[in-house]
Design a binder for this molecule. Structure first.
Ligand SMILES: [Zn+2]
Length: 244
């Protein structure tokens, strides 16, 4: 499942997370700190950019909806670490598994599955990503102000956005691309993401196929995309891995 390191066979060193959450915080502070800081109302104030990633231009995105942790049934994280913002990087992932979800209920199940995998199997503190994108909704992962565990070595200066599904041969739906774009626009407007941020695929900082060949080819066409120095060569490791 999900993420990083999981996949197929090749056990990637679970990176990221090892670096994260060094601090020990009390349960109370964790609970307080993890309440989603970006409410639906805040997200509704955003507008869309990044339409270049989409092949559709007719959607009127006045309010990209985001499903809170409470709404999707998230467990409390074990720990968390503050993310220094604005971050210069936005790192795009796909889940590879679970597959794309097409209803809110299915997407919520996918989120729970991913979080359980990350916390139980990977031993991470929480679901690895800052945000996830489903067919109709955005989902709150660690949010804007908590260090993720999605890209080892880069978690402290990036926001990780995971598109639910396997995008090796297909690309996310236009709606998903617009939701992702809206999320980034919101992050820029609210200074969580640098205005001159660089958009990259996970494979640019990790030996992984993530976010899928087809999706990565789309990402590379975005004006905000940029190369990384010393990028690892793409591997056969599929999706979600890598992370942290
Ligand atoms: Zn990834």
């Amino acid at each position: 499942m999900d993420h990083e390191d999981t996949e197929k066979g090749k056990a990637l060193p679970s990176g990221g997370e090892s670096v994260q959450d060094p601090q020990t915080s009390s349960d109370k502070s964790v609970a307080d700190a993890l309440i989603p800081q970006n409410s639906r109302a805040m997200i509704c104030s955003s507008t869309i950019i990044w339409k270049e990633m989409s092949t559709v231009s007719c959607w009127e995105p006045s309010c990209p909806p985001i499903v809170s942790r409470e709404e999707w049934g998230a467990r409390l994280p074990k720990k968390r670490q503050d993310l220094t913002t604005p971050v210069p990087l936005v790192i795009i992932h796909h889940t590879y598994s679970p597959p794309a979800c097409h209803s809110l209920e299915d997407c919520k199940k996918a989120l729970v599955e991913i979080q359980n995998f990350h916390m139980n199997d990977r031993g991470w503190d929480d679901i690895a990503y800052n945000f996830l994108v489903g067919d109709e909704y955005l989902f709150m992962g660690r949010g804007w102000q908590t260090v993720g565990a999605h890209a080892k070595g880069f978690n402290n200066n990036s926001i990780g956005i995971c598109f639910i599904g396997d995008y090796r041969e297909e690309i996310p739906s236009p709606r998903m691309l617009i939701l992702g774009s809206a999320l980034i626009k919101f992050g820029i407007d609210n200074h969580f993401i640098s205005a001159n941020y660089k958009l990259i695929g996970h494979r640019q900082v990790r030996n992984t196929e993530c976010p899928g060949e087809a999706f990565y080819n789309v990402i590379k066409t975005a004006p905000s995309w940029g190369p990384m120095d010393n990028s690892p060569s793409p591997s056969n490791v599929t999706g979600n891995q890598g992370g942290s």
